[in-house]
Structure formats: structure tokens, C-alpha cells
Design a protein around this ligand. Structure first.
Ligand SMILES: Cc1cc2nc3c(=O)[nH]c(=O)nc-3n(C[C@H](O)[C@H](O)[C@H](O)COP(=O)(O)OP(=O)(O)OC[C@H]3O[C@@H](n4cnc5c(N)ncnc54)[C@H](O)[C@@H]3O)c2cc1C
Length: 393
């Protein structure tokens, strides 16, 4: 396979955001190249792999080839051990993906629609002519190459170097970074039909521990914490303490460390000839840290606007802003409210978290939704309750 000299669109990063953008743009007639730094699409997996069935089926027909488990509810655990179950009939079903196969699936669809994909291709700089972005420089294996394009999609994840190279401000505040580690643990006793979330300022300061079952006796067990709140302990130490208590017979199949940008969408996610998508644009849910369903939506919007730009031959920031505008309307504005709630929720003392669990257990199971949970947690803040109601209804 040979890389051509020019593509309408070059996507940097073959994660779900990049692949979804590429798929949509290719479906709409653009010539697209995906450049992925890693050797293989989907590997390594740095994700707990949970997504709501609703978020998934908006775009893809569920396939057991890349789904490892179906989820019927979520159990929340307060610091004192009190638990409360949110059932699927109230909050919707979920699935735990096999991301290494799911990411490949989206790329495969993009390829079937004409996109080209090159792995082992690390983009290290932008090509410019008279100050105008017109392509990328990348290392393919050890060979330096370059490719020209009218439009770059920076879908290069949380660390996004490409956005910075284009002069966009991608700075993350320390309080918006969740340091995370995760084990894939086997030999563990779990209720496989539920996701389990553990809260508490001692066990997971500024975040939570998750147990996302991938099947019988096997789960992604991870932690996300706020670096500025963790009193000297790191995420791995805290997770190891939890695992030693809860899953002492667990056997490690894999381990990784990563970070989740629990921020709001960047102020600027487009400039002339470039668009930022996915974690690079900070499009995750700031409370849960879940990004998958959001980045699929963002990728779809970005891909449509990118293809339109190709048709109109207009790659100006002014035109590309259309993507930002649609994104804010669909999810970005809700994300702002969730961000405010995150600030409040993850500052609650354990006593308050225990009280919330008690209150939630008084709500009939079929009525216990995410909205009810958030409302119960912020009931003393009428302004926020009002904003929340606006966003849910
Ligand atoms: C610990 C953890 C647990 C999570 N759990 C969940 C969960 O359960 N559910 C959920 O919805 N979300 C979860 N997330 C968030 C989710 O993984 C991300 O939101 C999602 O992967 C973002 O997709 P993306 O395509 O924007 O970025 P990524 O998936 O990070 O993909 C970016 C791609 O760009 C490539 N790349 C980077 N730089 C370059 C370069 N210079 N040149 C070429 N390629 C490059 C990378 O190799 C990578 O493949 C979790 C995140 C973490 C860290």
C-alpha cells in the first residue's frame, strides 16, 4: 500500500473519535487518510469499555464480536458500604465492549467507505505554506514522510499534540485531570450483570473506583482520582488497597495507567484547516469520565461538516465553526452543567455521600434515574437544580 501525496482530509488518531469522523466524511464523499501512531488499531486498550446501549445503537448495530457483556444496572457504594442499585428499566441498559475489536470495527467501516489507514504512523509536525496549515509530517516506522491535505482532524486523544501545534489552547487544569489505573482481573466474585461504582474520599479522592464486568469472574477494575486531592497516595496504591480487600484472589490479566480529561469542551476546537475531535477537544462527560458515546456524536458531526467543507472548498475557521456550534447544541452545553455538578459532587465529605445513599434508597427502583441521583445530591443548591431540570426536560 502506498500513501498518496494528497487527501481531502487527514485524520490523526485511529481511536473512536478519529475513526467515526473518518467514516462519516468518507461516507459523504471525501478522500480520507487515518494516521495512527500505534502498531495496531484498538491496541493498547486504555478504557473501562463501558457504554450505554442507547449511545452505541445510535450509530452501530450491537455485535457480540465486539461486546463482552450486557449490563442490567449500576450499583453505587457509599463510603460506609451502603449500596444502591439503579436498574436498567430506569437508566437504560449498558454494554462492556471489547475496545480492541470495536475500534477496529469502526475503522473497518471507514475503510469499506474508501478511507485509507496507516498504522505505525506518528504525526510529529504540521506542514505549512505561507503560515497556512497544508499537511502533516509523520514517521512511518523509521521513515520520515509527509502528506498534504486541506483539512486535518486532530483526534489524537487526551494529550493532543496536534491541537497545540496548530496554536489552539489545549491546556488542562490539574483539577480537570483524573489520574487513572486499571487492572483486568480474573478469578473474582462479581455480580456480572451490574457495573459497580465505589465512592469515598479515602478510597478514591475526587473520583471513584469502578468494576465493569467483562464476563463471569472477570472485570475491568480501575480507579480515577484527582491528583490535587490524593494526599500523597497515587492511583495505583489506592486501587491496590481496594483490590487487596475486595478481590484478594484476583489475578491480573493486564494493567495500564492513563488520564481522563474531565473538563468542558475547549473554548476553541477549530481553526483554519483544522478541527479537534474527541478527547483532544475535551468532549467527555466530566462527571463519569465516560467519553465513548460523546466522541461518537462529535465524530459524526465533525465528519459531516468536514465533508461539507470539501464540497464547498471552504476550510476556513469561519466555516468549520459550524461543527463547534452543532456540538455545543447537542452535548457541549449539557457538558457545562455536568462540569458544575462535578465540582460540587466530588467535593462532598463522606458523611454527605452516606446520606445521599440513604436518600436514594428511599426512591422506588424504577424511578431512580441519573437525574434523580444528581437532584438528590444538589437539592440544597436550587440554582443548579433549575439548570439540571432545564437540561433533562
Ligand atoms: C482509565 C480510563 C477508563 C475509561 N473508561 C471509559 C468507559 O468505561 N467508558 C467510556 O465511555 N469512556 C471511558 N474512557 C474514556 C474513553 O476511553 C475516551 O473518551 C475515548 O477513548 C476517546 O476517544 P478518542 O478517539 O478521542 O481518543 P483515543 O481513544 O485516546 O484515541 C487517540 C488515538 O490517537 C493516536 N495518536 C495520538 N497521538 C498521535 C500522533 N501524534 N500521531 C498518530 N496517532 C496518534 C493514539 O495512539 C490513539 O490511538 C476511559 C478513559 C480512561 C483513561
Amino acid at each position: 500500500m502506498k500513501i498518496k501525496n494528497f487527501y481531502d482530509i487527514v485524520v490523526v488518531g485511529g481511536g473512536p473519535a478519529g475513526a467515526m469522523t473518518a467514516l462519516t466524511a468518507a461516507q459523504n464523499g471525501a478522500s480520507v487518510l487515518i494516521l495512527e501512531r500505534d502498531r495496531e488499531i484498538g491496541i493498547p486498550v486504555r478504557c473501562a469499555e463501558g457504554i450505554s446501549l442507547k449511545g452505541l445503537t445510535k450509530f452501530f448495530k450491537p455485535d457480540d464480536k465486539w461486546i463482552s457483556n450486557y449490563i442490567e444496572g449500576t450499583k453505587l457504594y457509599a463510603p460506609n458500604g451502603e449500596s444502591c442499585l439503579m436498574i436498567a428499566s430506569a437508566i437504560g441498559k449498558g454494554v462492556i465492549l471489547e475496545r480492541r475489536l470495536f475500534d477496529v470495527h469502526i475503522c473497518k467501516l471507514a475503510a469499506q467507505n474508501g478511507a485509507e489507514i496507516f498504522t505505525k504512523s506518528d504525526v510529529y509536525d504540521l506542514l505549512k505554506e505561507d503560515g497556512k496549515i497544508c499537511g502533516v509530517k509523520f514517521k512511518h516506522f523509521d521513515e520520515k514522510k509527509q502528506v498534504k491535505t486541506n483539512l486535518i482532524i486532530a483526534a489524537d486523544g487526551a494529550e493532543s499534540r496536534i491541537g497545540r501545534l496548530a496554536g489552539l489552547n489545549t491546556t488542562l487544569q490539574l483539577s480537570d485531570i483524573e489520574s487513572s489505573v486499571q487492572y483486568l482481573l480474573s478469578n473474582i466474585e462479581i455480580e456480572q450483570q451490574y457495573c459497580h461504582l465505589y465512592f469515598g474520599n479515602d478510597i478514591a479522592p475526587g473520583g471513584y473506583i469502578w468494576v465493569f464486568p467483562k464476563g463471569e469472574n472477570i472485570a475491568n477494575v480501575g480507579i480515577g482520582i484527582r491528583q490535587d486531592k490524593c494526599n500523597g497516595k497515587n492511583a495505583k496504591e489506592l486501587l491496590d488497597e481496594f483490590v487487596a480487600k475486595r478481590f484478594h484472589d484476583g489475578k491480573t490479566i493486564s494493567f495500564f495507567a492513563g488520564c481522563v480529561p474531565t473538563a468542558k469542551t475547549l473554548k476553541k476546537i477549530t481553526a483554519d484547516n483544522i478541527m479537534l475531535v474527541g478527547d483532544a477537544a475535551r468532549q467527555v462527560n466530566p462527571i463519569t469520565g465516560g467519553g465513548l458515546s460523546n466522541v461518537l456524536v462529535a465524530g459524526k458531526i465533525a465528519g459531516e461538516v468536514a465533508a461539507e467543507a470539501v464540497k464547498k472548498n471552504d476550510f476556513s475557521d469561519k466555516f468549520l465553526k459550524k461543527y463547534h456550534k452543532i456540538w455545543m447544541k447537542e452535548i457541549g452545553n449539557q457538558q457545562k452543567i455536568l462540569y458544575k455538578l462535578k465540582e460540587l459532587f466530588f467535593n462532598f465529605p463522606d458523611k454527605k455521600l452516606n446520606e445521599i445513599a440513604l436518600l436514594l434508597n428511599d426512591i422506588p427502583k424504577e424511578k431512580l434515574t441519573l437525574f434523580q441521583l444528581l437532584k438528590t445530591a444538589i437539592i440544597e443548591k436550587p440554582v443548579l437544580v433549575k439548570e439540571l431540570i432545564k437540561f433533562y426536560f
